[in-house]
Ligand binder design. Structure first.
Ligand SMILES: NC(=O)C1=CN([C@@H]2O[C@H](COP(=O)(O)OP(=O)(O)OC[C@H]3O[C@@H](n4cnc5c(N)ncnc54)[C@H](OP(=O)(O)O)[C@@H]3O)[C@@H](O)[C@H]2O)C=CC1
Ligand SMILES: CCCCCCCCCCCCCCCC(=O)[C@@H](N)CO
Length: 359
C-alpha cells in the first residue's frame, strides 16, 4: 500500500469514527432521489385513475335501445327527469308509443321531446345507421347511447334450440355493436360522449341454464374494454352495467321456462326494481365509470372480476386491491352452494323419474 493510499484510509477511518455526519448530505440526497422515483411511479399508477368530467344530462340527447320496456324504459325516465331529450328505439310501435307517454309524465321543462324509432337493432346495420341519422337530425348529435335492447333464453345446453344461440348473440351482441358503430364517428368528432352496454351479472360469471345468454353478455365486456381504450383520448367514456334479476316483462317471460337450478342460484342475488337499477347505472354513466354494479353481491362480483378493465377512480382501484382475496374466499363458498343446488336438483329429478316408472 502506497503512502497516499494509507493516508486516504486514515482520513476516511477518522471521518467514520469522528464525523460520520459529514456523510449525511449524501444519505439525504439518496432519500430525496428515492422519493422522486416513488412519486413518478405513483403518478403513472394514478394517471388512468383521473376521473372524467360528469356529463350534463340537462339538454343532452340520450338514445335508449330497448327503451320501450323494463330496464330501458326506466333508464329513459331517469334521464328525462334530469332534463334530457330521449330517443326510444325498439321494434313494437304500440309499445313504443305507450312508453313515450309514460316517459313524458316526468318532464321538467316544456322543451323536452321523446322521439320513437321502430327498428330491429340486430338485423341490418344500414337500417340502424339510417334511423340514428334521422334521430340526430331531429334532436341533435347523440350525447349518450344506452344499449339496453336484449333478450334472454334459459335452459339446459342440450335443450336450447340450436338456432337460439345465434339469435341471442345477434340481438344482445350485434344489437349493441350496430348502434354504437352508428354514433361513434360523431362522438369522436365532438370529443365527447357516453356509451352504456347493459350486460348482466350473468356476464360476470357463467351459470347453470345460461349457456346461450351468458356468452352474449360476456362479449359486451370484451367489446367495451377494447373500445374504451380506443376512445378515451377523445373524451368518450364507456360504462358496462351488470344488473341482477330485475322485475321486468323480460324477466317474467324468461321465468316461464327457467330451469329450477337457474331460479335457485339467481335468487342468491335477489330481484331488483328497474327504477332502482336505472338510477345507479345512469349515475355511473354520467360520471364516466367503466363499471356499474347493483347491490352488495354486484359490488363483490365486480371487484372480483375486474381483471384488466379500466379504473375510473382512486378509491375504486384501492378497493379492488384490498378486497380481491377476501371476495375470492367468499366466492368459493358461493360456488360450493351452487354445486350443491345442481346436485340436489339432479337427485330429486332422478327420484321422481324412478317413482314415475314404478307406478
Ligand atoms: N330483467 C333482468 O332480470 C335483467 C335484464 N338484463 C338485460 O337488460 C336488458 C333489458 O332487459 P329487460 O328490461 O328485462 O327486457 P324487456 O324484455 O322488458 O325489454 C326488452 C326491450 O328490448 C327491445 N328489443 C328486444 N329485441 C330487440 C331488437 N331486436 N331490436 C330492437 N329492440 C329490441 C324490446 O322491444 P321490442 O320487443 O318491441 O323490440 C324492449 O323494449 C336486456 O339486455 C337484458 O338482457 C340484465 C340483467 C338482468
Ligand atoms: C363474492 C362473490 C359473490 C358472488 C355472488 C354470486 C351471485 C350470483 C347470482 C347471479 C344472478 C344472475 C342474474 C342474471 C339476470 C339476467 O341477466 C336475466 N334475468 C336476464 O333476463
Amino acid at each position: 500500500m502506497s503512502s497516499e493510499e494509507s493516508l486516504i484510509f486514515a482520513i476516511t477511518d477518522w471521518l467514520f469514527v469522528n464525523s460520520w455526519w459529514l456523510l449525511l448530505p449524501f444519505v439525504m440526497l439518496l432519500v430525496v432521489a428515492a422519493f422522486i422515483v416513488a412519486f413518478v411511479l405513483l403518478l403513472y399508477m394514478i394517471s388512468p385513475l383521473i376521473s372524467p368530467k360528469p356529463l350534463k344530462l340537462n339538454g343532452a340527447h340520450v338514445v335508449v335501445t330497448g327503451g320501450s320496456s323494463g330496464i330501458g324504459k326506466s333508464i329513459a325516465v331517469e334521464c328525462y327527469r334530469q332534463g334530457a331529450f330521449i330517443t326510444l328505439v325498439a321494434r313494437d310501435e304500440a309499445k313504443l308509443l305507450q312508453a313515450k307517454k309514460e316517459v313524458e309524465k316526468f318532464a321538467i321543462n316544456d322543451k323536452q321531446v321523446v322521439l320513437c324509432i321502430s327498428v330491429d337493432v340486430a338485423s341490418d346495420y344500414s337500417q340502424v345507421e339510417s334511423v340514428i341519422k334521422q334521430a340526430q337530425e331531429k334532436l341533435g348529435p347523440v350525447d349518450m347511447l344506452v344499449n339496453c335492447a336484449g333478450m334472454s333464453i334459459s335452459g339446459k345446453f342440450e335443450e336450447v334450440p340450436v338456432d337460439h344461440f345465434k339469435k341471442i348473440m345477434e340481438v344482445n351482441y350485434l344489437g349493441s355493436v350496430y348502434p354504437t358503430r352508428a354514433v361513434i364517428t360523431t362522438m369522436k368528432e365532438r370529443r365527447m360522449g357516453r356509451i352504456m352496454f347493459v350486460s348482466s351479472q350473468a356476464g360476470q360469471l357463467g351459470l347453470f341454464g345460461y349457456t346461450a345468454y351468458s356468452p352474449s353478455k360476456f362479449a359486451l365486456r370484451g367489446l367495451a374494454e377494447s373500445l374504451q381504450m380506443e376512445i378515451k383520448p377523445y373524451n368518450i367514456y364507456v360504462t358496462v352495467a351488470y344488473p341482477p334479476d330485475t322485475d321486468t316483462p323480460g324477466l317474467a317471460e324468461e321465468n316461464k321456462t327457467k330451469p329450477l337450478e337457474t331460479k335457485l342460484i339467481s335468487e342468491t342475488s335477489g330481484v331488483c326494481q328497474p327504477e332502482q337499477v336505472a338510477k345507479i347505472v345512469v349515475r355511473d354513466a354520467v360520471q364516466g365509470n367503466f363499471n356499474s354494479s347493483v347491490g352488495p353481491d354486484g359490488y363483490m362480483l365486480s371487484a372480483l372480476t375486474c381483471g384488466m378493465s379500466p379504473v375510473t377512480s382512486i378509491t375504486e382501484g384501492l378497493q379492488q386491491i384490498v378486497t380481491m382475496g377476501l371476495f375470492r374466499t367468499i366466492a368459493l363458498f358461493y360456488l360450493g352452494s351452487f354445486d350443491s343446488i345442481v346436485r340436489r336438483c339432479m337427485i330429486q329429478r332422478e327420484q321422481l323419474r324412478a317413482a314415475d316408472k314404478t307406478e
